[in-house]
Design a protein around this ligand. Structure first.
Ligand SMILES: CC(=O)CC(=O)O
Length: 676
């Protein structure tokens, strides 16, 4: 596989943490403590890169010691002790902390019991008015206690599924924590998902309760979802209760319970102590080519992994305000909630990133004094293109870190973030992170003690033996390979919900390299330990045996102001040939004439290589995405290969099904041309 030219051997970092930040980082303190108490190698004074590399090596070579240290460092409360840390390290099938019982929600609400913090905000809720509304730790705990008691009264038992069709509002967090307190299993969809998409998910998990809004506000408009809710109720026969959250102010429909009635008794929460591997929630894959995978993650596994991520990697603590722009239909929402585990205030924004204008997310960060702000790489690139200056025009002085995910952050995105904060004198840590729904976490990303190099994730995360492998299963460095993880992580799925013999789970990650997690991304692990993500390996472009990542092409092409978004597809033809069209969605006012075509080709040739230059450049009315905003490549490839639309894609998984008709027509026209 060829990729964008790699950085020179020792490039200048874009950013370097100062000595105070390194000394104050929680991972630094953890390292010193783990060396004293758990056999980690001693930190190398004055050399944070060597220190982190040694800590990471230890964390993957001695998994039990690392995870035991993590549990102790974060003071995880086991109601019954564990027999051993890792009884079986097989993948799939690893057995973590057998014998232990605990409760995730109990940990998320710990700060509420500190009298000094009970009146501080646990949640800061912001809608499109951009006016923050706090929910204190004490309020959050009381509401969770009340709702958990009501759920029990409704007959909800450990293991029952509790579903939610709600946006990113405080009620969603309360309902998740109450569900976890009971030991029931949470599952959510955002209310912009249509009925079919929700049913594809919830019909697999058969919930007994549905929390639902009547509608939501987005982009300055009200979106009434009462008809969809009625359809969900009709199609989910396992429901025993429906709880109505009147976001638009409508009365509860017939037979539904009122949110406020269930959450207003000031009841001490009772936390069911469940086994470590007891299911916490079911997340779903995008399901573009079939039913979404119903991914089960455990209470203990998520608790430990998220403590590690928020505390050691994002460096969050009680003084932080953690904002990630997300929805309840994306695992980054679950990751955002994890801020509570380390006592941080979490910022919930329910609204459009572009209302009233492209600066909306930055305004939320300003209004809430967010310290760590996460968003999508696509939003950063859109801000760059729009030419805004958020750090100059707003007071973003509380922000210490901007993190991105969703797709690789292109080098121009790193530069833009860094430069726009530097122009107002700020020292911004830019963290591009990558993982997935499958582990509800990151494999590589933020490390507060390491430098940031343009286009690179700082390092593999602790306890994650992340490697790039060639097709023979040999690790490669400074070369592109398949992203694999050679050791189990506690947040890996315990199973898929609807997969009794585990076949779908096994085939999703373990068929290429038995016993090793293969994620489906192309990556480079550099000799400096940083990581570059090149895109999905299931949509690889492969021209005459040379493999290329689509992300590299997007990055080059979308730098041109005329190109709003692009989609490249590589098609093996029946005659042994290869066709690689590039679809471009143009910016308003731009025209795809010969001059623009030439400029696109020249840009790709010069920035990547002649092999990356597409065979055709075709104007498209838009690029289809999954419901969590990722470009849809594989289904478009199938359409171009002649697969009918209803077989190429699961309609419930796409943001704009109509767009796919355009790609279907391209396939039809091509087939007609070839028939002549
Ligand atoms: C952490 C992630 O990898 C999030 C995503 O891109 O879905």
């Amino acid at each position: 596989m060829t990729t964008a030219p790699q950085s020179a051997p020792q490039p200048e970092p874009l950013w370097q943490p100062g000595p105070d930040r390194i000394a104050g980082a929680q991972v630094t303190r953890f390292h010193t403590w783990a060396a004293a108490h758990h056999g980690a190698p001693a930190p190398t004074p004055g050399d944070p890169a060597t220190s982190y590399a040694a800590l990471h090596r230890w964390s993957v070579d001695d998994l039990p010691a690392f995870w035991q240290a993590t549990a102790e460092w974060f003071d995880v409360r086991f109601a019954t002790p564990y027999d051993t840390v890792l009884a079986d390290r097989a993948m799939p099938g690893a057995r973590w902390f057998p014998g232990a019982t605990l409760n995730y929600a109990e940990h998320a609400l710990r700060a509420a019991q500190d009298p000094a913090r009970a009146g501080d905000p646990a949640l800061l809720y912001v809608d499109e008015t951009h006016e923050p509304t706090p929910v204190t730790w004490a309020d959050l705990r009381a509401q969770v206690g009340s709702l958990a008691a009501e759920l029990r009264r409704l007959g909800v038992r450990p293991g029952d599924r509790v579903s939610a069709y709600v946006p990113n509002i405080p009620q969603a967090v309360v309902a998740l924590l109450a569900t976890a307190a009971v030991g029931a299993v949470w599952t959510s969809c955002a209310p912009d998902f249509g009925a079919r998409s929700v049913l594809d998910r919830f019909q697999q998990t058969e919930p007994v309760v549905l929390f639902t809004v009547d509608g939501y506000r987005y982009g300055g408009k009200e979106h009434d979802r009462r008809d969809t809710v009625a359809e969900l109720r009709a199609e989910l026969p396992t429901l025993r209760a429906v709880v109505h959250i009147p976001l638009l102010g409508t009365p509860a429909p017939e037979g539904a319970l009122n949110w406020s009635d269930l959450t207003s008794n000031d009841t001490e929460p009772v936390f069911e102590q469940v086994p470590f591997d007891h299911p916490l929630w079911v997340l779903y894959s995008s399901g573009t080519t079939g039913l979404p995978k119903a991914i089960v993650q455990s209470q203990g596994g998520i608790l430990l992994e998220h403590l590690k991520q928020t505390g050691l990697h994002c460096d969050l603590g009680p003084d932080d305000r953690f904002f990630w722009y997300t929805s309840t239909g994306w695992m980054m929402w679950n990751f955002l909630v994890a801020g509570l585990l380390v006592g941080a205030t979490i910022v919930l924004y329910d609204g459009s990133p572009g209302h009233p204008d492209i600066s909306a997310q930055w305004r939320v960060a300003e209004a809430t004094r967010a310290t760590v702000y996460g968003t999508s790489a696509a939003y950063v690139m859109a801000c760059r293109k729009a030419g805004i200056h958020p750090a100059r025009d707003l007071d973003l002085s509380a922000i210490t870190c901007v993190a991105t995910t969703g797709s690789p952050l292109p080098p121009d995105g790193f530069r833009w973030l860094h430069d726009s904060f530097a122009e107002s004198g700020a020292d911004l840590w830019t963290a591009s992170v990558s993982g997935g729904t499958d582990v509800c976490s990151c494999f590589a990303g933020a490390v507060p003690t390491l430098p940031v190099h343009i286009g690179e994730l700082q390092a593999a995360c602790l306890g994650t033996d992340l490697q790039a492998w060639d097709p023979q299963g040999k690790p490669v460095t400074d070369e592109v390979g398949e992203l694999v993880v050679t050791n189990p992580m506690p947040s890996m799925p315990t199973r898929f919900w609807n997969d009794p013999d585990g076949t779908r789970y096994h085939d999703s990650y373990f068929d290429m390299y038995p016993g090793v997690w293969r994620h489906g991304d192309w990556i480079t692990v550099t000799s400096r330990g940083s990581v570059v993500i090149h895109g999905r390996s299931d949509s690889t472009l492969n021209r005459q045996g040379v493999r290329m990542g689509s992300a590299d092409i997007y990055e080059a092409v979308e730098r041109l102001p005329e190109v709003r978004e692009s989609l490249v597809i590589g098609l093996e033809l029946p005659d042994g040939g290869y066709w690689m069209p590039l679809f471009v969605h143009l910016a308003p006012g731009a025209t795809l004439d010969d001059a623009l075509r030439d400029r696109i080709k020249r840009t790709i040739r010069e920035e990547l290589s002649p092999r990356h230059v597409p065979d055709d450049i075709i104007e498209a009315p838009g690029v289809p995405h999954t419901l969590t905003g990722k470009r849809i490549e594989v289904p478009v490839k199938r359409l171009l290969q002649g697969t009918p639309l209803d077989k190429a894609v699961n309609p419930g998984s796409v943001d704009n099904l109509e767009l796919l008709r355009f790609y279907e027509n391209v396939a039809r026209d091509r087939a007609a041309d070839h028939a002549q």
